[in-house]
Design a protein around this ligand. Structure first.
Ligand code: BDR
Ligand code: CA
Length: 315
């Protein structure tokens, strides 16, 4: 008997790699996408919400899409326009979206969806953790209803927004602290893993050959993303961060994880927003996260390409 699809709420700040996470979550038969919630992150909320609607329209998304928090909980706002462009999703040209925003605030949609569930929903954040933390604080009863949190953020090793910190955590460290200390099972796809998911021209070529409109959108997004990642970090190919969350959820054999305690640095002058990952267990604190360490690279790309093929093959 095949397992029923995993129910998820996808919380995004699109963002090129968030857009791909939406593509995967919307079409994969092992996923039951209940809601897409949008947060400010790679760009302002106005822009990330517009981008989410553009992607939702392009992929034929049918679940509600709601806009949430426009600012981090405590810190001043930062964005990642050097990587994702002025719109937050530069590269492709979109027409008028055919999908409209749900009337609810994303925080309320998260709360309503979780309270109505049987505790079988996984929350998948691929942006700053503001919406999720706010929902936990506004309605603490949701915390125990969350089956698991599978997020993209953090790093055991080097950061990408500061030398110490990864963007999603740095953009709202206080929210990250709320989520990491929530006591729910948490899987962290940090830069240690996502820097193994380098989306080179070979992968883009394989996706282009699928010939469907979503595959073309993927290729256009990745070509822009490749250029900025090369310019800012010198990467020969861009790390496809956010879809690794879905890869783990759908096929955990693609990703090796290690249990450890992760604390969020909230006071460091040079280390604010760092995920302090206790790899060797030196603090004696019980693990609160399964941290992704190793990607099965060829099988990961097969997974991405086979999933995008579900949008149709060239006839
Ligand atoms: C993360 O930051 C964003 O720019 C990406 O969308 C990803 O979620 C990587 O640090
Ligand atoms: Ca993101």
């Amino acid at each position: 008997m095949t397992a029923p699809p995993r129910k998820i709420i996808l919380d995004v700040d699109p963002g090129h790699d968030d857009a791909v996470a939406m593509m995967i979550a919307a079409v994969h038969p092992a996923v039951d996408l209940r809601a897409v919630t949008v947060v400010a992150g790679n760009q302002t909320l106005e822009k990330t919400a517009r981008n989410a609607l553009n992607v939702a329209s392009a992929i034929g998304l049918t679940c509600p899409v709601a806009a949430g928090m426009s600012r981090p909980l405590v810190r001043e706002q930062v964005i990642a326009d050097d990587i994702h462009g002025v719109s937050g999703l530069d590269g492709p040209v979109f027409g008028e979206p055919t999908v409209a925003l749900d009337g609810r605030h994303a925080v309320d949609l998260i709360i309503e969806t979780l309270l109505a569930s049987d505790g079988d929903i996984t929350v998948v954040p691929t942006g700053p953790l503001t919406n999720v933390a706010m929902a936990m604080r506004k309605e603490p009863r949701i915390v125990e209803r969350i089956e698991r949190i599978v997020l993209m953020g953090g790093a055991c090793q080097l950061g990408n927004f500061t030398p110490a910190a990864e963007f999603n955590i740095y953009a709202d460290p206080e929210a990250a602290q709320v989520v990491f200390s929530s006591g729910r099972p948490l899987v962290m796809m940090g830069l240690d893993l996502t820097r193994q998911a380098l989306c080179g021209p070979d992968v883009i070529g394989r996706v282009r050959k699928l010939g469907n409109p979503v595959a073309r959108l993927f290729a256009e997004l990745m070509e822009f993303f490749a250029a900025t990642q090369k310019e800012v970090f010198g990467w020969e190919a861009p790390p496809l961060h956010d879809p690794t969350t879905l890869a783990w959820l759908i096929d955990p054999t693609l990703i090796t994880t290690k249990a450890m305690h992760v604390d969020i640095e909230l006071r460091g002058e040079h280390t604010y927003g760092r995920t302090c990952c206790d790899w060797y267990g030196v603090t004696g604190k019980a693990p609160n996260a399964d941290v992704a360490v190793k990607l099965d690279v060829p099988r990961f790309w097969d997974f991405i390409i086979e999933t995008l093929a579900l949008y149709g093959r060239e006839g």
